[in-house]
Ligand binder design. Structure first.
Ligand SMILES: O=C(NC1CCCCC1)[C@H](C1CCCCC1)n1c(-c2ccc(CO)cc2)nc2ccccc21
Length: 233
């Protein structure tokens, strides 16, 4: 049985990432808003663009806290943020969805999202992803490290210095692997399953622009920041 030991440096790295992850929560909780009232399709779309816009700002702050990120080539920094923004949004949405709420609330939340205006064909793949995230029962460390690993993906479009990004991502993968072994001793394949979710995340991202433009309403308005970071308008 391999004795897994987290080094002092790895503990420090995890602490930095988790603190940054906690510090940058979404200002107001979208789930609370959705549970409070029924919104029209237009209001839901506006809520999504507001939440997504503030989450992009949150993700930028989180990413700047990742040790070494600010030493990367500036254009590569932008390429990494642009390349991971939608994945980070779906990862965060899945984590919001997987939060245990007073009984019945999860059902209401699911209902509200199903009826929010997203066109039918995307509902199933989106909820399949959310339910697979729920099934993993991820710890806060795993959520924070997985988000950092997603952002530090070397093979994003337009990234020039792949190696420099790999050098930042590798220590995160090492410590995530150890955290998974320590927190899920019964499931030796847990780490592999966790990384497998990132593959499913990429397929969701593939649908994303169409999910937005097919939102059951006319004239979809986006914020300037979302036009920059999402391939829309
Ligand atoms: O606001 C949201 N997500 C934010 C994003 C930033 C980070 C926090 C969560 C939206 C809702 C907006 C209003 C209508 C109902 C969906 N949402 C989605 C979602 C995200 C993107 C798309 C299209 O690409 C479709 C749905 N999944 C959710 C799962 C749980 C709770 C909200 C969730």
């Amino acid at each position: 049985k391999e004795k897994v030991e987290i080094t002092k440096e790895q503990k420090a790295l995890t602490k930095v990432i988790v603190e940054a992850y906690n510090r940058h929560q979404i200002p107001q909780d979208v789930a609370k808003k959705l549970l409070q009232d029924q919104y029209s399709v237009e209001e839901n779309f506006l809520l999504l663009t507001e939440m997504a816009t503030s989450q992009v700002q949150v993700i930028v702050e989180f990413t700047k806290s990742i040790p070494g990120f600010l030493s990367l080539d500036h254009e590569d920094q932008i390429a990494l943020l642009k390349g991971s923004a939608v994945e980070a949004m779906f990862l965060r949405s899945a984590q919001v969805f997987s939060k245990k709420m007073p009984n019945g609330h999860n059902g209401i939340l699911e209902e509200r999202i199903r009826k929010s205006g997203i066109s039918e064909e995307f509902i199933t793949p989106m909820f399949n992803f959310y339910k697979s995230i729920i099934g993993l029962h991820m710890s806060l460390e795993e959520q924070a490290l997985l988000t950092a690993i997603t952002i530090l993906t070397p093979d994003r479009p337009y990234v020039k210095d792949h190696q420099a990004v790999e050098k930042l991502q590798e220590p995160m993968l090492d410590v995530l692997r150890k955290v998974c072994v320590l927190q899920h001793p019964q499931e030796p394949q847990y780490f592999a399953r966790l990384l497998g979710r990132l593959t499913e995340l990429r397929t969701l991202t593939h649908y994303h622009a169409e999910m937005l433009t097919s939102w059951r309403m006319n004239d979809h308005k986006f914020t300037p920041l979302l036009c920059e970071i999402w391939d829309v308008q």
